[in-house]
Design a protein around this ligand. Structure first.
Ligand code: SF4
Length: 366
């Protein structure tokens, strides 16, 4: 569905575009110069399924911490830099795997050239990331009131990105990833459509400044899902005013919803209704929580496992039979299904234990 026609860009051993699997990224919320806090957060993101991580580099202390951070993590490290080309040069010297910057913000052509040459020599790509909130003044002035329309703001985003991209292309640099983000979902979708017709660089997608979950998760899922369904999107970042681990969880669920992410546990649970005689909500929540460590192992093994927690005998047996492990609760006990067969009946208080035990057994199988 996604990424098949875009150019391939490599970030260390991770492929973006060229038909590669859509990757998930996030951004740390710690002070980058605080190495131990930043590494701890990156490790949490890595454990949650993050494929590459970006850190903000607001000053030289942050830039100088990058090598130490990189030496302690397993996923590619992206440095997010604005305005000061010395930070970009230091980040490259520290061994980062990718830069996010807008060359136009560096102003001086000689400074842009220095950064681009250093990136080319280090064989690292650059993401040109344009946000509606930081459009160049001249683009903002030219579009004026049109910025309030979907088409106008989309075209302004693309124009700003193309201006930055051209600075790189004129220097012969084409290891480029592009993002065009807005809070407004229709403008974002339209901007990526226009950009996809202009250039074949891989697309980093997301809805920026989406807000606080759950509203932000829904907004992100709608925007990212719509883009991916159009074949637009090679790497995803969900932006939430929340723990970044939640960003990764939402991104992975969006990809799984579109069958774009292999490996892991998918939990199917019914919403419950008057037919349900079991307090299913805490059971489903407990199962979800206890399956997370197994989810990581399955992701790494690219193995899929589906688990169902169903509240009654109407849809319950059908769903529970279709998955690897499932329960269909009844008035007094729940039928436990493994591989489509009933293997026993369990009291409601033991549902979570029984499900998790069966999943652990299946995961342990070769
Ligand atoms: Fe209601 Fe049963 Fe459907 Fe759950 S599976 S929503 S309890 S009818």
């Amino acid at each position: 569905m996604a990424g098949t026609l875009r150019r391939l860009v490599r970030v260390r051993d991770l492929s973006i575009g060229g038909g590669a699997a859509v990757s998930v990224q996030s951004m740390t919320k710690t002070a980058t110069s605080n190495v131990s806090a930043t590494v701890a957060q990156i490790r949490e993101l890595e454990a949650a399924g993050c494929d590459l991580v970006r850190v903000g580099v607001p000053d030289l202390a942050a830039a100088r911490a990058l090598g130490e951070i990189k030496s302690q993590i397993g996923i590619p490290l992206v440095a997010d830099i604005h305005f000061d080309h010395r930070l970009a040069l230091e980040a490259i010297a520290q061994g980062v795997d990718k830069l996010r910057l807008n060359p136009g913000n560096l102003q001086d052509p000689l400074k842009i050239k220095a950064v681009v040459e250093a990136a080319a020599q280090a064989r690292i790509p650059i993401r040109v990331g344009v946000n509606c909130g930081s459009l160049p003044h001249e683009v903002r002035a030219r579009y004026g009131v049109q910025l309030s329309s979907t088409e106008g703001s989309a075209r302004a985003l693309v124009e700003a990105a193309l201006t930055h991209i051209k600075l790189l292309e004129d220097l012969g640099f084409e290891a480029i990833v592009v993002s065009l983000k807005s809070f407004d979902v229709p403008s974002t979708i339209r901007a990526y459509e226009i950009m996809a017709a202009e250039r074949d660089y891989p697309l980093h997608i997301g809805i920026t400044e989406a807000g606080v979950p759950p509203a932000a998760s829904v907004r992100s899922a709608v925007g990212i899902g719509a883009l991916l369904s159009r074949g637009l999107g090679d790497t995803v970042r969900v932006s939430l005013t929340a723990d970044p681990v939640e960003e990764v969880r939402v991104a992975i669920e969006v990809l799984r919803s579109l069958n774009l992410r292999a490996g892991g546990v998918t939990l199917i649970s019914c919403p419950t209704c008057a037919r349900c005689h079991t307090d299913l909500q805490p059971i489903a929540a407990e199962v979800e929580r206890r399956l997370r460590p197994l989810d990581r192992r399955l992701r790494q093994a690219r193995r899929d496992l589906r688990v169902a927690v169903m509240g009654c005998e109407v849809n319950g047996p059908g769903e529970a039979r279709e998955v690897d492990v499932g329960v269909a609760a009844g008035p007094k006990s729940a039928a436990l299904f493994v591989g489509g067969e009933i293997v026993g009946h369990i009291p409601p208080a033991k549902i979570a234990d029984a499900l998790v035990a069966e999943v652990e057994r299946l995961v342990a199988e070769p």
